[in-house]
Design a protein around this ligand. Structure first.
Ligand SMILES: Nc1ncnc2c1ncn2[C@@H]1O[C@H](COP(=O)(O)OP(=O)(O)OP(=O)(O)O)[C@@H](O)[C@H]1O
Length: 255
């Protein structure tokens, strides 16, 4: 077996502890290059904390995170980003008074809005501008470059977040609830965008909408109380009794 293919992203017994709470409890998983993986589970299961441990927002208390064979467990966020990890957040992270193009510039330069206003509007070089344009096209915002973020729909704002994450040309893209808060028609747009992403881009996504998620991914990891409950292809997930008890049952009660 080719280890460089099988172990694109590997978590070995990762635990993230907040005081007495094990938000993530000895989770091990392997994601292959080009795979599309969903992380699902009820509220508080540890999904976002697991994302944070992968990207470096929090450090694993114990266990290891390996990215393309390198141990990145203690590596800073920006260094993990430089190695090819990119993510979106559950809550939008945009600058509402700036245009789409200006937000893209900030994302590419990693600047704060304060520095941005002090420096004016530093132009992108042609390679960066090309990347920004391609990411906007893929995210179906090619015609919205000059729109102010605050004038766009929430769905378009989520698309812009995706464009900003894609502009970094990641090899691993992590999407935290990309369809949360969207209308049914906006969900269709976001799922079409995700489906059309290059197949060699490895994708890990958290999503509460089961129909959406099961139609997008190759494999599903279910967390419950910080622990890995089930790993299976989408077709098996709906039929799994443990998943029905723990996840679908709770989701029905929420509805
Ligand atoms: N910084 C923190 N300090 C203390 N506890 C935290 C922190 N971050 C998360 N938690 C707790 O860890 C547990 C897991 O939270 P997490 O946000 O990872 O779950 P989740 O599966 O993403 O939930 P949701 O679906 O509601 O977003 C929860 O009990 C949460 O309250």
């Amino acid at each position: 077996m080719d280890l460089s293919v099988t172990d694109f992203l590997a978590l070995d017994a990762v635990t993230v502890q907040f005081g007495a709470l094990r938000a993530v409890d000895e989770v091990s998983l392997r994601v292959r290059k080009g795979e599309r993986r969903a992380i699902i589970g009820p509220n508080g299961a540890g999904k976002t904390t697991l994302f944070n441990a992968i990207t470096g927002v929090v450090r694993a208390t114990t266990g290891k995170v390996l990215f393309e064979g390198a141990d990145v467990t203690r590596t800073a966020i920006h260094e993990r980003a430089r190695r090819g990890m990119s993510r979106t957040f559950q809550i939008t992270n945009l600058f509402p008074n700036l245009t789409v193009a200006e937000n893209m510039r900030l994302a590419l330069r990693g600047l704060s809005p304060r520095k941005f206003s002090l420096l004016g509007s530093p132009a992108l070089n042609s390679e960066e501008a090309g990347r920004a344009d391609r990411a906007l096209e893929v995210s179906r915002l090619g015609a919205r470059r000059d729109s102010r973020v605050k004038e766009m729909s929430y769905g378009e704002q989520r698309q812009l977040e995706m464009a900003m994450a894609l502009a970094a040309q990641p090899r691993l893209l992590l999407l935290d609830e990309p369809a949360a808060g969207l209308s049914p028609s906006e969900r269709v747009i976001v799922s079409d965008i995700i489906r059309a992403l290059p197949r060699d881009l490895t994708l890990v996504l958290i999503e509460h909408d089961m129909d959406l998620v099961l139609s997008l991914v190759d494999y599903v990891t279910v967390l419950n109380n910080g622990k890995l409950l089930v790993e299976a292809p989408p077709a098996e997930i709906r039929l799994n009794k443990d998943v029905q008890d723990v996840y679908l049952g709770k989701a029905r009660h929420h509805a």
